[in-house]
Design a protein around this ligand. Structure first.
Ligand SMILES: Nc1ncnc2c1ncn2[C@@H]1O[C@H](COP(=O)(O)OP(=O)(O)OP(=O)(O)O)[C@@H](O)[C@H]1O
Ligand SMILES: [Mg+2]
Length: 289
């Protein structure tokens, strides 16, 4: 489905707000801002992650996801059909519905959908993963991960036009109807790109991209040098920046990575009073500059 449907409709391009699923994220705080933006007439699509809730439910069920190192040196949490089923319960049944309820409490019609609902996020299953184990390469065939190939912008457009706030979460679905794990940041980037969003705001349990991940005072306020920004990131922040790069190269003019816990988390990110502003181009300007 084609990009920039909002422009085709003559409406203001929507905003995509991704609420991180890491521990300590205040959903209600973000939903207050989403409600304020919708009252101002903005079209907003919310995307929720759910890593903390997912890990918690797996633990409660005495199940676990093992981590593996890929050939390219990235750490991947392996997901098989059984763990994906449990993760889906947490992402869709728990976190997604908590976001919907929080929006309803603000008199906003939140409408929760995972990637399978209305084939919102169509994905291609990734090929078996090559993982490094004790100095050897092993082929991991059980891992069910996907790459988003298409976003159902028609469905999102219909919901936005009718005054709903779509609240979208992984997993995605293949053309054969198989649920596949996709990173929520990647989902948000794909949606923002497909909708021709005016901005993507990614809110997490950290104030933004930090020079030193343990020191919030080292916040990078703005960067238009993604390779340099990537050098600062470790672990899951790398996936977030990779998703930001995808959105920016896909035509989204600006991506904000900011904290979910600050007052007015979406609005303060949009005005650059908080968080890291990412755009396409060259140099990094940090908090000290
Ligand atoms: N340079 C860095 N600056 C900030 N955070 C960093 C950096 N490097 C690594 N991180 C880690 O990245 C984490 C944020 O990514 P994470 O995937 O955990 O959150 P999320 O995307 O909000 O959650 P979810 O994936 O469940 O939606 C931080 O909690 C922090 O530990
Ligand atoms: Mg993440």
């Amino acid at each position: 489905m084609s990009a920039a449907t909002s422009q085709d409709r003559g409406a203001r391009p929507p905003l995509v707000v991704k609420i991180g699923g890491a521990a300590g994220v205040d959903l209600d705080n973000v939903c207050l801002d989403v409600a304020e933006l919708t009252r101002r007439g903005e079209h907003v699509v919310v995307v929720n992650g759910g890593s903390d809730a997912g890990d918690g439910l797996l633990k409660a069920l005495s199940m676990e996801r093992t981590e593996a190192m890929t050939a390219s040196g990235n750490v991947v949490r392996l997901t098989n059909a059984a763990t994906l089923r449990v993760l889906t319960m947490a992402w869709v049944g728990d976190v997604n519905k908590r976001v919907v309820i929080s929006l309803l409490a603000q008199n906003v019609s939140g409408l929760g959908l995972c990637g399978a609902d209305g084939r919102l996020l169509l994905a291609r299953r990734r090929p078996p993963l090559k993982v490094q184990e004790a100095g050897r390469t092993r082929i991991e065939r059980e891992h069910v991960a996907g790459e988003i190939t298409e976003v159902n912008t028609r469905l999102l457009g219909l919901l936005l036009e009718q005054g709903h706030v779509p609240v979208v979460c992984p997993p995605a679905v293949t053309v054969d109807g198989v649920l596949v794990n996709v990173d929520a940041d990647q989902a948000a980037a794909a949606i923002a790109t497909a909708l021709g969003a005016r901005a993507l705001v990614m809110l997490s349990n950290v104030p933004g991209l930090l020079e030193d991940p343990k020191n919030p005072a080292t916040l990078v306020r703005w960067s238009d040098d993604l390779p340099r920004a990537m050098e600062l990131a470790t672990g899951r922040m790398r996936y977030k920046l990779e998703a930001a790069r995808r959105a920016l190269t896909g035509g989204v003019p600006v991506v904000h990575v900011s904290g979910a816990g600050v007052p007015r988390p979406v609005l303060s990110a949009l005005t650059c009073e908080a968080g890291t502003k990412l755009t396409l181009s060259r140099t990094v300007v940090d908090a000290d500059a």
